[in-house]
Ligand binder design. Structure first.
Ligand SMILES: Nc1ncnc2c1ncn2[C@@H]1O[C@H](COP(=O)(O)OP(=O)(O)OP(=O)(O)O)[C@@H](O)[C@H]1O
Length: 263
């Protein structure tokens, strides 16, 4: 059977291996993510979760294996090329321009879609201006979607932590991605901020139709949001399935013994 178009997973990793000077970060991981899926990756500290994200976004090049995004082999592509294909990412630590406003940070996220350089902008002012206006309109749509109206003209560095995380999410959305990678989206958040973020993550999947891969330590959030979960330990996938299947898997329980609670 030939798998094409909408049937094909958005992401396919097959037998990926990655080592750093003898330290095996990823040892033969394979998984796929569907086009309407919210897929979570869990595991103890140092299990290899961020390394998987770094492989998907082209920051690390695996020693072995295949990585396909939207049907395209992306193994040899550089991070900016993978971003241009439609993979957007948020980070464990906020990576925004603290002195710029919410709107300006969102417009920078849109940068991959503005197709003019400085000389072109000077030569074709009208065209550049139209691109700029379109970017601003897209940024305002994201402000509405993520309920950032109250903060839109504030420098991001002055905003509460949970709002900054939301702006970072908005900047990833500004790329109009085909896939969103969320690295610990609620780390360090209080309960209210976590609940807000959970709602936005679900809305992105359901209303914007963007599939999501999320690395997250908060098991409550993973249980509530994820369609499927892959648990990793020492660079290997030890269980993949529904959140309840994975949470009750004996290998997952023993991997977490001595680590944080699974409940
Ligand atoms: N750039 C690197 N150089 C050397 N070793 C690395 C590098 N990146 C990751 N590793 C190692 O690979 C292993 C997996 O690390 P990784 O950061 O992927 O784990 P993680 O599951 O994301 O951990 P955490 O939950 O603490 O963020 C660890 O042993 C780590 O020390």
């Amino acid at each position: 059977m030939t798998v094409t178009g909408q049937d094909r997973p958005i992401v396919e990793l097959d037998d990926v291996h990655l080592a750093f000077a003898g330290v095996k970060a990823i040892s033969g991981i394979s998984f796929h993510v569907g086009r309407r899926e919210l897929f979570a990756i869990i595991g103890p500290n140092g299990a290899g979760k961020t390394s998987i994200f770094n492989v998907l976004s082209g920051v690390y090049r695996p020693n072995q294996g295949t990585v396909r995004f939207d049907g395209t082999d992306v193994l040899r592509r550089r991070p900016h090329a993978i971003a241009e294909l439609g993979v957007a990412r948020t980070f464990q630590n906020i990576e925004l321009f603290a002195n710029l406003t919410v709107i300006d940070n969102l417009m920078l996220g849109r940068h991959t879609h503005i197709s003019y350089g400085v000389p072109a902008a000077l030569a074709w002012f009208g065209r550049a201006r139209r691109a700029e206006l379109a970017a601003r309109a897209a940024a305002e749509d994201i402000v509405d979607f993520l309920e950032l109206e109250a903060w839109r003209t504030y420098p991001v560095g002055l905003l509460p932590y949970g709002v900054q995380k939301r702006v970072e999410l908005g900047r990833a959305l500004a790329m109009q991605p085909k896939l969103l990678l969320l690295d610990e989206p609620v780390a360090g958040m209080n309960l209210e901020e976590t609940e807000d973020m959970a709602r936005f993550v679900l809305d992105i999947r359901d209303e914007l139709d963007i599939p999501i891969i999320m690395v997250e330590h908060d098991m409550g959030l993973v249980m509530d949001l994820a369609d499927r979960v892959m648990a990793v330990d020492f660079g290997e996938a030890i269980a993949t399935g529904t959140p309840s299947e994975v949470q009750s898997h004996p290998d997952v329980i023993s991997a977490y013994l001595g680590q944080e609670s699974m409940s």
